[in-house]
Design a protein around this ligand. Structure first.
Ligand code: SOE
Length: 386
């Protein structure tokens, strides 16, 4: 029988739902040493959190996160609230000896992230940051292909993360729905929100980024603030592009915007190496494209008239995570990446191999994000602090 793990969920928006769904489903599909119990959820507005607790089956709710963290019937705190709350909640949860799962990006900036890592490590509590895209089976397969040495020496890494939901000038900033547009709540715009995902994936697949040169733009300079009703300057980056040099000598380009008309969640990457390439597009999430020029594992060199991009439908039971889901050919979706992540987290509690990315690993991503924003401000190349 799996041991119960009592969850205290802070936040009930998009991520509160995605994480709660993962806790509810994970033991139905994975044999695990632990079983999450939806013990309590928390948000400031009582009527909202009561409704959320009823809908998702939480046994109780709180309207003050400090009370939630202080409860002795909670083992794990999940932080699914805006970025400017992560630090205080993580510090308090670590001090109370709770496990901490935190939504991405880790923090508002590196200074906060350092404090959070120190607190978590001092407390010795299990932790994870929800960079869920690592758990898209096609992205995990790309990682497997790279780790098997099939790409060979890497030359280029190319990432895009494009959306189009903030083009209208009358979209307000701030408040529960649109805090991502408010620099005081989010810390940055597309850099922390979208490029953080791209950077996490890039460093996972292609190793550390050494230096960056970036430019950002804010297309709509003022927006009404949903809470004050006043027109206020927009402090976030609407778009960001940066060049990167990786430790392995390869070159990278990263582009992100919320102004790419027609692009909804266009999270793509391509890695080009000496022996092959991989390409992924989240709008086609069960496909990994792989170009095999040579196979260093078997020594095979593909005859040139037979080379070409393979579209691997990543739904076979040999593919990452897929033996837990349906039969070959049947796809899984966005919400399953969170379920796969919780499964890995719970597995890691017992296996002695803690899950990744943990806070320390997410701090790396934070360092790259901060360096990108520094570079955009200064117009200079910026080295990533170790
Ligand atoms: C922004 O629109 C957003 O919801 C991000 O915050 C998520 O991290 C991303 O996965 C989808 O887009």
């Amino acid at each position: 029988m799996p041991k119960p793990l009592r969850v205290g969920m802070i936040g009930y928006g998009f991520m509160g739902r995605a994480h709660s769904n993962a806790y509810r489903k994970v033991n139905q599909f994975f044999d695990l040493p632990y079983q999450p119990v939806l013990q309590a959820c928390c948000a400031r507005k009582e009527e909202n959190i009561r409704a959320f607790a009823e809908q998702w089956g939480y046994a109780s709710y709180e309207t003050d996160w400090k009370k939630l963290i202080a409860r002795d019937d909670i083992d794990l705190i999940d932080i699914g609230t805006p970025n400017n709350t992560h630090r205080d909640m993580a510090l308090a949860a670590a001090e109370a000896g709770k496990m901490v799962l935190c939504e991405k990006p880790l923090a508002m900036n590196v200074a906060e992230g350092e404090e959070m890592c120190a607190a978590i490590e001092k407390a010795g509590v299990a932790n994870m940051v929800w960079f869920n895209y690592r758990r898209v089976p096609a992205i995990s397969l790309a990682k497997q292909i790279v780790d098997e040495g099939r790409i060979g020496r890497a030359f280029h890494y190319r990432a895009t993360y494009l959306q189009d939901w903030t083009i209208a000038t009358d979209v307000p900033q701030g408040g529960a729905a649109l805090w991502r547009l408010d620099v005081d709540a989010a810390g940055s715009g597309v850099t922390g929100d979208l490029l953080a995902h791209s950077i996490d994936t890039a460093e996972w697949l292609n190793g550390p980024i050494r230096r960056v040169s970036a430019a950002t733009e804010t297309f709509v300079k003022e927006r009404v603030h949903a809470e004050t009703g006043q027109v206020q300057p927009v402090g976030i980056d609407d778009a960001c592009m940066f060049l990167a040099v990786f430790d392995n000598g390869s070159m990278g380009t990263f582009e992100s915007t919320r102004y790419a008309r027609g692009r909804k969640n266009f999270n793509t990457f391509e890695l080009n190496g000496e022996n092959g390439s991989v390409y992924f597009d989240l709008e086609d999430p069960h496909i990994l494209q792989y170009f095999k020029y040579a196979d260093p594992k078997s020594g095979e060199k593909i005859e040139s008239h037979l080379t070409g991009w393979q579209r691997i439908h990543v739904t076979n039971s040999e593919h990452p995570y897929m033996d837990h889901w349906w039969v070959p050919g049947c796809t899984i979706g966005y919400e399953h990446t969170f379920i796969n992540a919780v499964a890995d987290f719970l597995e890691g509690l017992d296996s002695g191999k803690p899950v990744q990315p943990d806070f320390r690993s997410a701090l790396r991503t934070q360092k790259v994000c901060d360096a990108v924003l520094d570079s955009a401000r200064s117009g200079q190349w910026v080295e990533i602090a170790r």
